[in-house]
Design a protein around this ligand. Structure first.
Ligand code: NIG
Ligand code: FE
Length: 405
């Protein structure tokens, strides 16, 4: 064979997900890759010749191989923790009570502002690494704990440095409109002026891939959110939204109106919101970690998403307040347990639909020409990925054909 492949892994079953109907299973499968892309996806039977004559690296495997997991919603860059707030909530305080009394997001803002870039990086790297070791091959990271120009910039720079240090692709999201910083108390509109002014400066430094906001009673109203989205649109940046998490402010419909990537949380999204999402191809990002930690009871409109063909993604929402969750497998487990997703829906939500929520169409499925991002798991069936609580099942995490975990 004249053109050698860089690598080949063979013997495991493949869950290609290259079909809407099932896992797209190939028993005794083979993946081959070259220059970071898959160049062969098939069964061992059909492999043309001795693998050692085809590829430089030959890996014998058993168990299962899935596409690499895509965590499309995290706030994993921050300093400090909120364990004390967790205790207060267990004693009866609500998330909103704590936010209104100066805790919550604003307390992480204080800690993140006080730490320099290196310290924020050192505190955040282990979180990204934990996700990677449990199968994540692309992660989205939001700003939103800086809430001034320098500190939002610091967070986004840390996100880019995580990509460089771990070889883990990072998609950055500017979430300046996450909460009102204390210096703007009572002046939401003035703060939005500032958020809108910082955006092109951060974008000019190559720090922004998408723009998000927290549209909620304790966040920003739809008119303020719209101003942030207008600023994103002026720069050609895609939008997404913390939408309808604690109440229905029509956030999902607003994302749809702007042709955005995703509406996230969506517990309170109305039927009209779901229809608007379907009409504009907006992905519903389900965040069962926050639902679980806040002990929410209102389920997202899952049947309406299915009925209208809205793609559902699953993400960790890794953050110090509502979802200190460091594993996509656990997010998938919670999505099945709380939201009754099937394990196949959860896996699609953690791969192909997560990629879609980031506007990435080169990953999330095992298909020739896609990125060689895949995970070799020690499981007997892919449903096991949603079944265990805890444990360690990833035997190899490959990103662009390189073993990273
Ligand atoms: O996705 N809802 C707003 N943002 C985060 C929580 C952030 C925090 O509490 O620090 C969320 O749940
Ligand atoms: Fe979030």
């Amino acid at each position: 064979m004249s053109i050698r492949w860089d690598g080949i892994i063979l013997g495991a079953s493949l869950a290609t997900l290259d079909t809407d109907a099932d896992y797209g299973e190939i028993r005794n499968g083979v993946l081959g890759w070259k220059n970071g892309l898959l160049c062969y996806v098939g069964s061992r039977r059909d492999l043309p010749g001795d693998p050692h004559r085809i590829a430089d690296i030959v890996i014998e495997a058993d168990g299962w191989i899935t596409p690499g997991l895509v965590d499309c919603h995290t706030h994993l860059v921050f300093a400090g923790d909120r364990a004390r707030e967790f205790e207060l909530r267990l004693q009866g305080a609500s998330y909103e009570d704590i936010a209104r009394s100066g805790g919550g997001i604003v307390s992480t803002v204080r800690a993140t502002r006080e730490a320099d870039e290196e310290a924020v990086l050192q505190q955040s790297l282990p979180r990204a690494n934990a996700l990677l070791r449990d199968g994540v091959t692309t992660v989205e990271i939001k700003s939103g704990y800086g809430l001034d120009f320098e500190n939002e910039r610091k967070m986004l720079r840390v996100a880019r440095r995580i990509e460089q240090q771990l070889g883990l692709p990072v998609s950055t999201t500017y979430l300046g409109a996450h909460a009102l910083p204390p210096e703007f108390a009572g002046r939401h509109d003035d703060y939005i002026d500032a958020v809108v002014e910082w955006l092109p400066r951060l974008h000019a430094e190559g720090l922004v891939d998408a723009v998000d906001a927290f549209c909620e009673g304790i966040g920003f109203d739809p008119a303020q959110t719209r101003r942030v989205f207008d600023a994103a649109r002026a720069l050609g940046l895609p939008v997404k939204l913390h939408a309808d998490q604690l109440s229905d402010l029509g956030g999902a419909g607003l994302v749809a109106e702007f042709g955005g990537l995703s509406a996230d949380h969506v517990e309170h999204t109305s039927e009209a919101g779901v229809q608007a999402m379907a009409a504009h191809g907006v992905v519903a990002v389900l965040l069962p970690g926050a639902f679980h930690v806040l002990r929410e009871t209102r389920l997202p409109p899952l049947d309406a998403f299915r009925e209208h063909g809205v793609a559902m993604a699953v993400a960790t929402d890794c953050n110090p307040g509502t979802s200190p969750l460091l594993s996509m497998r656990q997010a998938m487990q919670l999505a099945c347990t709380h939201f009754r997703l099937t394990p196949l829906e959860a896996l699609r939500g953690a791969t192909i639909n997560g990629a879609r929520a980031l506007g990435l169409n080169d990953r999330g499925v095992l298909r020739v020409g896609m990125r060689a991002d895949f995970v070799h798991w020690a499981v007997a069936h892919p449903a096991e990925l949603c079944y265990w609580l805890g444990g360690s099942f990833a035997r190899g995490v490959y990103i662009g054909g390189e073993r990273r975990g």
